[in-house]
Each structure stands twice: as C-alpha cells, then as structure tokens.
Design a protein around this ligand. Structure first.
Ligand code: NI
Length: 210
C-alpha cells in the first residue's frame, strides 16, 4: 500500500473510533433516564434490587429487611447544599400530609435516604442529618462498593463534580424518589419537581392497606 493510502486508512480508522466512543458516551449518559421512563411506561420492575448497607444506628440493613412495607427512597448526600435537603423536605412533607389524611397508609411507608458520598457520609453524619427529617427515616451508608451496587440497582447516577479536588467537593447525582412496593418491586417514581401535595396524593392512591 502506498504511504498516502496508509495515512488515509489510519485517518478513517481514527474518525471511526472517535464516532464509536462518542456514541458509547452518549449511550452511557442517556441510559439512566431512558430506563426510568421505560419502566414507567411498561410497569416492569427494572428499578431496584439487592443492597447491603448500614443504617444511621450502625445496624446492617439489606433490601429484604424492608419487604412487607413500602419504601420511598432517595439517593443524595449530606453535604449537598440545595437539592438534597429540598428533596428530603418534600419527601417529609408528603408523608406528613398522608399521615394526617390516612395514618395507616403513612405507617406502611419507610422514608429511606441512601448516600452517594460514602467517603464523607459516615454513620454519625447520617444520624445527625436524618434527624432533620422524619423520625422514621432510615439513612444508610456503606463502603464505596456497597453504595455503587445500591446505586446501580436503582439506576442512580452519581459522580464527584469535575473540577473539585478539595474536601469540599460537590457531587453530581440523579434526584429521583422511588416508591418500592411490599414485594420489593418498583411502583412509581417522582422527581424533586413534584411538590409534596402531588406526591402525597399519589401515595394515597398507590399504597395499599395491609
Ligand atoms: Ni444533592
């Protein structure tokens, strides 16, 4: 092959590789959102799965411990300046509201908070943080690996914000509430754009008496 043809072949290969990497990156970035809407439309339980974590009292907890009741789960981190406290406030208000209208239903729901920042969120942080919200909230942390597995099961995206190497780093993360049923399967999700009243109304419809 003459040299120019070799150069052209290398260039074509290079462009092909870049396109493939671009497509793979786009697929990875778009995948969580796509799966959430897919599970919503089909009703299939693509969200959820096994986890092994530790709660704010230092007790080991796994997904099976929650079977028989509903979980309203949110993934975030205690150092979050805005989105997480707002979201957990909405979660708290929604369950408070349901408690007023139908106490038995509200008692069937455990509000669950799982950190995506296990490096900083230790058991003690989780305990102090959970006290700002509902007294029945279970706030869980774990090893990096345990958190990664739990987040993967719930299709939760998280990463350290790009340019931050200090200990004050921010985390990028999905902000979604998942309602999981007594069988451990996905029922519905909400976002932090849903207000407490919307979520309370939906919970009243979806949560079945024991
Ligand atoms: Ni946050």
């Amino acid at each position: 092959m003459p040299q120019s043809s070799i150069a052209r072949a290398i260039m074509i290969f290079g462009v092909g590789l870049i396109l493939m990497l671009g497509a793979a990156t786009a697929w990875t970035l778009l995948r969580p959102a796509a799966q959430v809407s897919e599970s919503k439309s089909s009703g299939e339980a693509l969200i959820g799965g096994p986890f092994e974590l530790v709660d704010q009292f230092g007790q080991p907890r796994n997904d099976a411990d929650f079977l028989g009741g509903y979980m309203l789960i949110y993934f975030g981190y205690t150092y979050c300046p805005d989105v997480c406290p707002t979201s957990l406030g909405i979660m708290t208000q929604a369950i408070d509201q349901l408690e007023e209208s139908d106490k038995a239903k509200a008692e069937r729901i455990t509000p669950v908070f799982i950190t995506i920042d296990p490096e900083r969120d230790k058991v003690e942080n989780m305990k102090q943080y959970a006290e700002h919200f509902r007294p029945d909230m279970i706030a869980m942390t774990g090893s990096n690996d345990q958190i990664a597995k739990a987040a993967k099961a719930y299709r939760v995206y998280y990463a350290k914000a790009a340019d931050d190497s200090s200990s004050d780093y921010l985390m990028d993360h999905s902000s979604i509430f998942y309602l999981m049923g007594p069988d451990g399967k996905y029922v519905k999700h909400f976002t932090h754009n849903d207000d407490a009243n919307t979520i309370a109304t939906a919970l009243a419809e979806l949560v079945q008496p024991e």
